[in-house]
Design a protein around this ligand. Structure first.
Ligand code: ZN
Length: 298
């Protein structure tokens, strides 16, 4: 028997083998996928044939850009989560290799104690899922990650927090200061809609994500409309060293409205005098860890 606290700690302190500031959402995405299976009333069992599809989709959509092949990107967490003591495979295969996983259609699953603790305690599932998305993604993306993993974001994101006292305190004034500094308009498209006297649909965005040590400082913030905030956090939009907007070549749109995103490519940020612009090291972090692949050609 595993207690709620033990399971929570095991699943939210996965060994990620990564340097500080590098994103490594592979194992957390696999755990979320397993939680999705459990909430649908099944077991956490995931045959490689399915994992290869679903896990590599999740990694491609929500992970940093990578030159690693799709199957290979899924094979890393599928074999390596074993070393965290929570994941077992139906056959003892070497780490990282796609071949043996495919030829035996190896089945992975959470270990029996962890799985039974999760199955009898839906609240525990919610708390683990919430902790994992909050550790690895910004709030703009968390609901998309949960949905793609087969979980219900409305349910999960209302679960009680895992760490009652955050290690880092948020600066409550930061959002208001960023909106003010950018004249309460989107730094990319200039949208500045108001409803009555209230600005609506413009948000303060972190360039380097809060979850990855991005500070609540003026040089790590941009005011962005909700659409461009989301596209920026997904890595469809980025910034170059000269603070010109870049559009990822992976982004496509077909309608006139969708294609207005292409028009942003190469456009400079135009802060009002005195507004701090995003610092180069935060922009570089976003380009390395978030931006999807190559920008459009100019
Ligand atoms: Zn905008």
């Amino acid at each position: 028997m595993s207690t709620r606290q033990e399971v929570l700690e095991r699943l939210t302190s996965l060994r990620l083998h990564q340097q500080t500031g590098r994103r490594a959402p592979h194992k957390p995405l696999l755990v979320l996928l397993a939680l999705g299976q459990i909430t649908r009333g099944g077991s956490s069992e995931l045959p490689w044939s399915q994992a290869q599809e679903r896990l590599s989709d999740l990694i491609a959509e929500f992970g940093p850009a990578s030159k690693t092949g799709r199957a290979q990107s899924a094979a890393y967490p599928f074999t390596r989560l074993r070393s965290d003591g929570v994941w077992i495979l139906s056959r003892n295969v070497p780490m990282d290799l796609v071949g043996p996983l495919a030829s035996h259609n190896v089945v992975g699953r959470l270990d029996a104690a962890t799985e039974s603790a999760l199955r009898r305690d839906p609240e525990l599932v919610r708390r683990v899922a919430r902790a994992l998305v909050e550790q690895h993604f910004p709030p703009t993306i968390a609901p998309d990650v949960l949905t793609a993993a087969g979980l219900d974001p409305d349910d999960i994101l209302q679960a009680p927090g895992v760490t009652p006292i955050p290690a880092r305190r948020r600066d409550a004034a930061w959002r208001a200061a960023v909106l003010q500094a950018w004249d309460r308009q989107c730094a990319f498209c200039g949208y500045d809609g108001q409803l009555g006297h209230a600005t609506v649909g413009v948000e303060a965005a972190h360039v380097r994500w809060w979850a990855f040590d991005g500070p609540d400082s003026p040089d790590n913030g941009l005011a962005l409309c909700v659409l461009h905030h989301k596209l920026f956090d997904f890595g469809a939009l980025g910034l170059d060293d000269d603070l010109r907007i870049t559009v990822s070549a992976a982004f496509t749109a077909r309608t006139v409205t969708g294609r207005t995103v292409y028009d942003l490519h190469g456009r400079p940020l135009r802060p009002r005098p005195g507004t701090p612009v995003p610092a180069g090291h935060h922009v570089a972090w976003h380009r390395r860890e978030v931006f999807k692949g190559d920008p459009l050609a100019v």
